[in-house]
Ligand binder design. Structure first.
Ligand SMILES: Cc1cc2nc3c(=O)[nH]c(=O)nc-3n(C[C@H](O)[C@H](O)[C@H](O)COP(=O)(O)OP(=O)(O)OC[C@H]3O[C@@H](n4cnc5c(N)ncnc54)[C@H](O)[C@@H]3O)c2cc1C
Length: 492
């Protein structure tokens, strides 16, 4: 039997729930399927700035999150090469003035329950198998439930919110990103009991750069716990797996400020180290006839700036806003998803470039060190705004400000004139290219930005089963259309 719904979603976490909740609230029938059963963990740290907390509030999940007693983070402390700043985070536009950092097992359950409260159906232990097509348009999907029984949903739109290895993307021909950037850094993290619980330090996110390496400390949930994250070269993930405690000791020796932050912590409270080095950034074609991709399925940026969860919820919510006026009309849906994709790119590109710059494994440039120093003197939260998405790097550091910081760095003379001038010239060139890209406003822009898009990332082939199914589908009369032409301009 085929079940009729308005929107079918593959995936049941952040992007999926942020999409499903407002649609269901407006009376539309939304079914999301996830192969996991919640609570369920993810290999991910989970920092949210106030703008991310605000997305949780819009999703209706914040009361549940607050019941977990998370630390409410209102400060950011950033250092690099002797420069530092402590900033009060700017509240989000709805007045929420704190970030939260809730482990995924608990956070994602809150999100699922909030979406259900608003009428969305989230079906657990249900695995997506294939899309159905009608006249070149996606018409629904099939899935298998926990008992192995097959089901079919007919939908006006199918959304893949099924993460980076999106099966929906594979089946619509969008598996291979049209823009891909190699990550320089890996992630290694663990939880510890916070020796400074109850102080202002427990309301502060720490981003401590020592040479080429980043060390972070995030107060988490419940209050009194701390997440410690190292982001050095991506090969460090392998090193940490081979010799976890040796790696930990080496990194703490490399990071005196983080060691100081952890002074007095009880090692018996340390959890196991978790790690990954596989985090290339990408954009996929994210809309087509009868389908769309949201969250990590559609776009992923290096986790070094901690934007992915906020953006996954932002994408789900804004996609719902584009769909709400048109849910009954499939032609209008296809226009809306395409317009949404263009809107998503405009919104996410500055953060993509920012993360690409921070993933470079190198000592912070003298110009950016001056920017951090200057931020420490001003009453404006510059660095906080950058991580909090209140302003872009281009807004915070217009070219005259960058040039001024380059001159100050030259006068300070901590590094050679040659290094200071060369890195400043490279930074200014990258900033000019980013501005040019923004001005051109091309749909699915593929041209790499020097100093931001990093070559060398390899992309796996789509899962074998899907390749076989697509080959079969291609020979059938109902064959899906070829992968979207990524160079095509959005119609006026
Ligand atoms: C190491 C690491 C650290 C990170 N740290 C941060 C951070 O500190 N802050 C931050 O904001 N972001 C961070 N991110 C990014 C963040 O994890 C993601 O952006 C976010 O999880 C995306 O949410 P999503 O809902 O799009 O997808 P996901 O969380 O990936 O959820 C996808 C869901 O789809 C389901 N699914 C997949 N395939 C199928 C199928 N065939 N059938 C049914 N269900 C399926 C999965 O079970 C899963 O539940 C980090 C990422 C990584 C890798």
């Amino acid at each position: 039997m085929v079940e009729q719904v308005d929107v079918a979603v593959v995936g049941g976490r952040l992007a999926a729930c942020a999409l499903a909740a407002p649609l269901a609230r407006a009376g539309h029938r939304v079914v999301a399927i996830d192969r996991m059963s919640f609570p369920s963990d993810q290999l991910s740290t989970h920092l949210l700035m106030p703008a991310g907390t605000s997305e949780l509030a819009k999703l209706g999940a914040l009361p549940r999150i607050m019941a977990l007693n998370p630390s409410q983070v209102r400060w950011l402390f950033a250092t690099a090469e002797g420069s530092e700043c402590r900033e009060r985070l700017r509240p989000a536009n709805d007045g929420i003035d704190f970030g939260v950092c809730v482990p995924r097992t608990q956070q994602d359950l809150c999100v699922v329950e909030a979406a259900r409260d608003q009428g969305a159906e989230i079906r657990e232990r249900c695995t997506f198998t294939e899309l159905t097509w009608r006249a070149g348009r996606v018409s629904g999907l099939r899935y298998t439930d926990a008992e192995g029984e097959e089901h079919e949903l007919a939908a006006k739109l199918v959304v893949g919110a099924d993460g980076r290895r999106s099966n929906v993307a594979a089946q619509v021909g969008a598996w291979t990103p049209y823009r891909l950037s190699q990550n320089g850094r890996g992630l290694v993290f663990r939880y510890v009991d916070d020796p400074r619980a109850g102080t202002r330090d427990a309301e502060t996110y720490y981003a401590l750069r020592e040479g080429e390496s980043f060390g972070f400390a995030f107060p988490t949930a419940p209050a009194g716990k701390l997440l410690i994250l190292f982001m050095g070269h991506r090969d460090e993930a392998t090193e940490a797996r081979k010799d976890p405690e040796g790696y930990w000791t080496r990194k703490l020796a490399e990071h005196p400020r983080l060691r100081e932050r952890l002074a007095g912590a009880d090692p018996s409270t340390y959890t196991k180290l978790r790690s990954t080095g596989e985090t290339p950034a990408f954009f996929r074609a994210s809309s087509g006839p009868g389908w769309a991709l949201a969250g990590d399925a559609s776009h992923f940026k290096d986790p070094v700036t901690g934007q992915g969860m906020r953006d996954a919820m932002w994408m789900g919510r804004t996609l719902a806003e584009h769909l709400l006026p048109v849910v009954g009309d499939t032609t209008a849906i296809d226009i809306a998803t395409r317009e949404w994709e263009a809107h998503r790119d405009r919104h996410c590109l500055p953060a993509y470039h920012f993360a690409n710059m921070d993933t470079r494994v190198e000592v912070q440039s003298p110009t950016v060190c001056e920017l951090i120093r200057d931020a420490g003197r001003s009453t404006e939260p510059d660095i906080g705004d950058l991580f909090g998405r209140a302003r872009t790097l281009q807004e915070i550091a217009p070219l005259p400000r960058l040039a001024r910081h380059a001159v100050t760095a030259l006068v300070r003379g901590e590094r050679s004139r040659r290094e200071t001038v060369l890195t400043a010239a490279e930074e200014i060139r990258t900033q000019l290219e980013i501005r040019r890209e923004r001005h051109a406003d091309r749909f699915r822009a593929t041209r790499p930005v020097t100093g931001s898009d990093h070559p060398g990332a390899s992309w796996p082939a789509p899962p074998v089963a899907i390749r076989a199914r697509r080959a079969a589908a291609a020979s059938a009369a109902s064959a899906p259309p070829a992968a979207a032409d990524v160079r095509q301009e959005i119609p006026a």
